[in-house]
Ligand binder design. Structure first.
Ligand SMILES: C[S@@+](CC[C@H](N)C(=O)[O-])C[C@H]1O[C@@H](n2cnc3c(N)ncnc32)[C@H](O)[C@@H]1O
Length: 224
């Protein structure tokens, strides 16, 4: 039997391209319990996982989890900030789930400085920001990442969003609608995406009181 993932982590797991991950590593930044990495190895979707956590205890939890399940030889766990000390390779799948958007941006800023662009173009980013997803999208576009897929799900009545991105090196701007609702989610009309966008409308109505940019956007969308 494989480790059971929460609906949120299952959404993250499902966003990993299983053909690509067979050719490269899954790198879980902020692994905490290590369940995602464990599931990737149990399902044999990747030959190797790397986990990092900035705090000693969660890093140890991950190490023990992978060791207890017999995966020590095909995994490494580092107690480090983001990806510091880890060189990315072609076909790597970098997961950052349950981290704040600002933390994800700071990890990517460090990686951008030292990773050759031809390598970065072959790396999938699977991001599940807990907050600040709007600023994260703007950052990604500005730094030359294209958002190629987005998903959303609820877990214990909370909404979560997933952003998958690839580096193209082409810096671009997002529209306000793309920034706040997501370029891919905007194009989706399935129940999950519609419910998420309705949920955002309600949140943004409140936030728009102190945010003229959001107010303008909601007026354009006829939400206000
Ligand atoms: C809320 S948990 C999420 C765990 C798991 N990724 C998930 O989605 O269920 C966040 C974890 O990220 C770690 N973390 C926070 N900032 C980090 C950073 N800059 N680099 C690595 N790990 C970090 C925390 O110590 C914590 O274990």
């Amino acid at each position: 039997m494989t480790v059971a993932l929460s609906d949120r982590l299952l959404m993250v797991y499902n966003a990993i391209d299983k053909e690509r991950s067979l050719k490269g590593r899954v790198i879980d930044v902020g692994s905490d319990h290590g369940f995602l990495a464990l599931r990737c190895l149990e399902d044999k979707i990747t030959p190797y996982v790397i986990c990092t956590d900035i705090h000693k205890q969660p890093a140890e939890r991950t190490r023990k989890c992978l060791e207890d399940n017999g995966f020590s030889d095909i995994s490494e766990v580092f107690c480090t900030d983001g990806l510091t000390g880890i060189d990315l390779k072609r076909y790597d799948n970098v997961v950052m789930a349950g981290l704040g958007g600002n933390t994800i941006m700071s990890v990517l800023t460090e990686v951008l400085k030292r990773t050759p662009h031809d390598i970065l173009k072959e790396v999938d980013l699977i991001l599940q920001p807990q907050k600040t997803s709007d600023e994260l999208r703007v950052f990604l576009a500005k730094e030359g990442f294209e958002i190629v897929f987005e998903d959303t799900d609820t877990d214990r009545d909370l909404f979560y969003v997933l952003i998958k991105a690839r580096f193209t090196g082409i810096s671009h701007e997002l529209t306000l609608e793309e920034k706040y609702y997501g370029p891919c989610l905007l194009l989706r009309n399935d129940d999950k995406a519609v419910r998420y966008k309705e949920h955002l409308d309600e949140i943004f109505k409140i936030r728009s009181r102190g945010n003229p940019e959001l107010r303008k956007l909601l007026e354009e969308r006829h939400v206000l």
